[in-house]
Ligand binder design. Structure first.
Ligand code: NAD
Length: 254
């Protein structure tokens, strides 16, 4: 189903990244991939991973930089022509805004978290639209902290709420061109980004105990759902926030 299809993957930091799990699954199904990195340190870790799956298209893109975003999509357009989908797997917040009380969130910290974690989807989708094949699909990653107050998730929860709302508005806009936009709300997974959240280990334990499946979410769980949303199997689905969290979000009190 993915043979010859082309996907842009934003957000691989290392082999534990959710984006890497999705990329591997796409590669296994025959897709061609392009990756982006935010800085040199990430580039160093990403290049060997990409080379390991015979991918040489590894390009710079700090999503806070409009010029880099423009160059990225120009280069992909020149090298590939059209693409079939985008995986947006990016988030960032100042550590101080996760450590401190939410009511102490700084104006700069709020802007930073919302810019990198929510506006970036709009910036990417708007540019991707121009080089996306009809029937293309964009996915992003979100978390339950957008809907509930989760301890220490703080400003990132607000950013994820903005991200989820953006998914609905982008789905409406891009639906005119038969391009779909969906979000996967993943349960907690031990990654670089997650390690910045104080008390993450306790959160993992709580999830495993309370979820109907009595375990934590794996990257493979998320990758499976991602393949569905990136494939024609989900041709009639857009603007959705789908929970891939072993059922945790469905469990009530008691
Ligand atoms: P990760 O650290 O592997 O990935 C985060 C990525 O964001 C990194 O590759 C980093 O380089 C990139 N990034 C940060 N600032 C950037 C910028 N300015 N420009 C470009 N890229 C930038 O962690 P992850 O857990 O795989 O996170 C991927 C996504 O999944 C995030 O949106 C995260 O919020 C979401 N998510 C994670 C979990 C979890 O528990 N790990 C749960 C639900 C949702």
């Amino acid at each position: 189903m993915f043979k010859g299809k082309k996907f842009l993957i934003l957000g691989v930091a290392n082999e534990r990244s959710i984006a890497w799990g999705i990329a591997k699954a796409l590669h296994d199904q025959g897709a061609e991939l392009a990756f982006t990195f935010v800085n040199e340190a990430i580039e160093k870790r990403l290049r060997p991973l990409a080379e390991g799956i015979n991918c040489s298209m590894v390009l710079p893109c700090d999503v806070q930089n409009d010029q880099q975003l423009d160059s990225l999509f120009t280069e992909i357009g020149e090298r590939w022509g059209k693409i079939d989908g985008v995986v947006h797997s990016i988030a960032f917040a100042d550590k101080a805004d996760l450590d401190n009380r939410f009511s102490k969130t700084s104006r700069e910290g709020f802007k930073l978290a919302l810019d990198v974690s929510a506006y970036s989807l709009i910036a990417v989708a708007g540019r991707a639209e121009a080089i996306m094949n009809e029937g293309g699909s964009i996915i992003t990653l979100t978390y339950l902290g957008s809907q509930r107050s989760v301890k220490n998730y703080n400003v990132m929860g607000v950013a994820k709420a903005a991200l989820e709302s953006s998914v609905r508005y982008l789905a409406t806009d891009l639906g005119e061109k038969n391009i779909r936009v969906n979000a996967i709300s993943a349960g907690p997974i031990k990654t670089l980004a997650a390690s910045g959240i104080p008390g993450f280990r306790e959160l993992l334990n709580k999830f495993a105990e309370s979820s109907p499946l009595k375990r934590n979410t794996s990257v493979e769980d998320v990758a499976g759902a991602a393949l569905f949303f990136l494939s024609p199997w989900s041709a009639g689905v857009t603007g959705e926030i789908t929970y891939v969290d072993c059922g945790f979000s469905t469990v009530g009190i008691g």
